[in-house]
Each structure stands twice: as structure tokens, then as C-alpha cells.
Design a protein around this ligand. Structure first.
Ligand code: CTP
Length: 406
């Protein structure tokens, strides 16, 4: 089905991939959309105004200030006109400006003034893309401003590097912008609890037993599920500001209490948290003072939240767990899948320092109750999160089909 005609503002910044925008503008026009191109000052080095004007059948905008009398300043006119704003290619510089709200030229002003959905197609050198600051800025754009990222791909880059940084294909950009909302939001109507972080088991008011989990994987899953339309409850030991419900907890028992009180109303649970298996039998009310002898802290077992819920869940509720292992990764994960009676398990090898705890990347094996096995080679946690949510959608769909057969 052809998409509804839209007013699209295409912001082109200073990247070599800018030349591909000639084709993209032409594609937008063929699909019946009204395109206004806004070029950054440096973007002008990479593409020419005249072909963009001819291809879009609209003026190309570069300047913030005009001497002509206008009902509205141009940045407000374009911000209000837009149904969609696409920044493509998006350089590290414009991404940083967007994350900070800097308004130093026309497109950055439009971005601050608009209420339209903003899409970003980054393209840059691999190291610039992987840089902490760029990743932090991307996180801000996604989680705080609701921007949608069309991730760069692996490939040979114009700078001579080979790696992530190549702009997504025009086909991918078009698909992201125009696929049916219901395809974009396949988790709409689903309420899902996602846990993140490592639990802290109090020894006294100052000390606790904890673990190395940073919460990044759980957060990435919660963000992905939210973007796919789910009503997310993030139960987390790490404090995070999000535009969905976040319940902060510390200990395994607190986490269990929250999950048990919410799960009945939910369609799914993804336990990405590293839950401590043990806690001190008693937590001292006062700080334990040091003496000259050694001390022994007696530990007791914590409830296995996943196992309890796996055994008591309703048939249509889907539960996904994680398995952190340093040896016999797959075998142990398979045993947990069976024992805890869950629908899917994601196994990761915590003995490899570049993946897992604290890292922005992970490498996992996914095993499902119905016998599927998939290996996801090392990649950003956001991509693994997206894949896990896609699998969750598949499981929900399968459950609906099976229920219809009965
Ligand atoms: N889990 C849980 N409650 C616990 C321990 C773990 O809900 N008390 C969940 C975790 O969130 C994870 C899964 O169970 O989704 C597996 O956790 P993991 O630490 O890998 O394994 P355990 O079951 O704790 O077993 P072991 O520590 O012996 O590997």
C-alpha cells in the first residue's frame, strides 16, 4: 500500500554520503511526498543546491535569516510544516548539537522547534561512531527525545576504514520511515516487565553484596520494547530517567515483591537483571565496626524469581531469562531453560572481558522452548536488544496461532 503523502524535511549535513540524497529525494517524490531540503553550511561542500531543488521541486533552504517579509520565520514555518524530519547523513557534529539543543544554523533551529517525529541516519568513521560521546548523544536522542535512529552499517568507508559507519541504504531508510505503524509497533497493547542491573544485598547500612552488572542490557531491551510499542515497566537497580515507568529496587526480595505485584496484569517478563542468589541472613541495623578478628557473614538463599514465575505463569504469559556463565555456556543455559520453565533464554559468556558486564557490546546464544537455537556474534547491546524483542513478538504470534487451533 502506498504511504500517505507527507511533508518531509530532509536535513543534509556534511558527510560524503550526502550524494546519496539525490536519489532519496527523488524516491520521496516518486512516492508522492512533499520534500523540503535543508542544507547545513558545511553540507554545501558535498551536494549542490540546484539538483536538490530540481529533484524536490521546492526551494533548498540553507540560511537562517532572510530580508524578505515572511509571515513566520523560516525555521518555524518548516518546523510546523514537517510531518517527518530526517537528518541524513547525520555527522557526529550534528548529532552532538541535537543532543545538547544547540541552535547554530537553520536545521538545528528547526529541530528544536518541531513537534514532528525525527529520524537520524548517521554516517561517519568507525571510531567516531563508537566514541563514548557519540554513543552517549545517540542514547540521549533516543531515550530523552524519542528520535529514531536508522543505524549505520558495516562496510568500506570513504575515510579508508572498514567497519560500522556506512550510512544505511536508501531502501532501509524508506522502509523505516514508511512501514505501517502496526509493523513498527508490534508490541503495542503488550505490558511487559523488564528487569535490569545487579541486586544489592545489605550487610549493614553501608555495605552490601553486589555484582558487576551495569544494567546496560536490560535498559537496552526496555528501550527497544518501548520503541516497539510495549507498555514497559522497568524494574531496575540502576537509576534511569526514561519516558516509561521505572521502579527502582535494591535487593532480590524487593525485586521479587514488585514483579509479583505487577506480573498478573502483564503479558511478559524479561529477566535481564543479575539477581544475587544469596543474601546475608540478617542485615545489621548499625554499621559493623571493625575488630581485630575476622568476621563471618552467614548467607541464605534468595528466591529464584524467574523459577517461581516460570512455574506459576499463565499459558499466554511469556517469560524470557538470561544465563550468565563462564563455562559450559550452552549446556547450562539449556538446563536453566528447562528447570525454570521459561520460553526463551539468552546465554552469554561472562569470562570474555570485551562482552557482557559494563561493555556496550555482547555476544549471545538464544535458545527457545520450541528448540530454536541462534548465535548472535558480537554486536552493540542495542542490536541484541532489538533482536530479543523481535523474538518476543514471534513467540506472542505463535501463542496466538496455537490458541486459535484449540
Ligand atoms: N534469576 C532470578 N532469581 C535469582 C537468580 C537468577 O530470577 N535468584 C534469573 C536471572 O535474572 C536470569 C536467570 O535467572 O534471568 C539466570 O540467572 P543466572 O545468574 O545466570 O543463573 P542462576 O539461575 O542464578 O544459576 P547459577 O548462578 O547457578 O548459574
Amino acid at each position: 500500500m502506498a504511504p500517505q503523502p507527507k511533508n518531509i524535511i530532509l536535513g543534509i549535513s556534511a558527510g560524503i554520503a550526502a550524494y546519496k540524497m539525490y536519489d532519496l529525494v527523488s524516491d520521496f517524490k516518486k512516492l508522492g511526498h512533499n520534500v523540503h531540503v535543508v542544507l547545513t553550511q558545511d553540507g554545501k561542500h558535498f551536494v549542490s543546491e540546484l539538483p536538490l531543488k530540481v529533484l524536490s521541486s521546492n526551494p533548498v533552504h540553507c540560511e537562517m535569516f532572510s530580508h524578505e517579509i515572511q509571515a513566520k520565520p523560516i525555521h518555524i514555518e518548516l518546523a510546523d510544516l514537517a510531518d517527518i524530519i530526517l537528518i541524513s547523513p547525520a555527522t557526529a557534529d550534528i548529532i552532538a548539537k541535537m543532543a545538547c539543543g544547540i541552535c547554530d544554523e537553520l536545521i538545528t533551529n528547526i529541530l528544536l522547534a518541531t513537534k514532528a517525529q525525527v529520524y537520524i541516519a548517521p554516517a561517519m568513521n568507525t571510531n567516531m561512531w563508537k566514541h563514548f560521546t557519540t554513543q552517549k548523544n545517540i542514547e540521549t536522542l533516543v531515550t530523552k527525545l524519542g528520535y529514531k535512529i536508522i543505524p549505520p552499517e558495516e562496510g568500506a568507508l570513504a575515510c579508508g576504514y572498514s567497519g560500522i559507519g556506512h550510512i544505511a541504504s536508501n531502501e532501509k531508510i524508506l522502509k523505516t520511515l514508511f512501514v505501517d505503524e502496526t509493523i513498527n509497533k508490534p508490541l503495542a497493547g503488550k505490558k511487559i516487565i523488564i528487569t535490569a542491573g545487579g541486586t544489592k544485598e545489605a550487610i549493614d547500612p553501608v555495605r552490601y553484596i553486589g555484582n558487576k552488572s551495569s544494567g546496560k542490557m536490560g535498559l537496552a531491551i526496555a528501550d527497544a520494547a518501548h520503541n516497539m510499542g510495549a507498555d514497559v515497566i522497568l524494574v531496575s537497580t540502576v537509576s534511569r530517567d526514561r519516558n516509561y515507568q521505572v521502579i527502582e529496587v535494591e535487593s532480590a526480595q524487593e525485586m521479587q515483591e514488585v514483579i509479583e505485584s505487577e506480573f498478573d496484569k502483564c503479558d511478559g517478563l524479561i529477566m535481564a537483571a543479575a539477581v544475587s542468589d544469596f543474601r546475608p541472613i540478617t542485615a545489621s541495623k548499625q554499621k559493623i565496626k571493625k575488630k581485630n578478628e575476622d568476621i563471618t557473614i552467614e548467607l541464605t538463599r534468595n528466591p529464584d524469581i524467574l523459577e517461581i514465575l516460570g512455574r506459576t505463569k499463565r499459558e499466554k504469559q511469556i517469560i524470557i531469562g538470561f544465563s550468565a556463565e563462564s563455562e559450559n555456556i550452552e549446556k547450562n543455559a539449556r538446563e536453566k531453560l528447562e528447570k525454570k520453565k521459561i520460553d526463551m533464554i539468552i546465554a552469554n559468556d561472562i569470562s570474555v572481558p570485551e562482552i557482557g558486564f559494563e561493555s556496550d557490546e555482547n555476544e549471545v546464544i538464544i535458545l527457545t522452548r520450541d528448540g530454536q537455537r541462534e548465535v548472535l556474534q558480537r554486536r552493540p547491546k542495542a542490536q541484541i536488544a532489538q533482536h530479543i524483542c523481535n523474538k518476543l513478538v514471534e513467540i506472542f504470534q505463535k501463542t496466538i496461532k496455537e490458541a486459535k487451533k484449540i
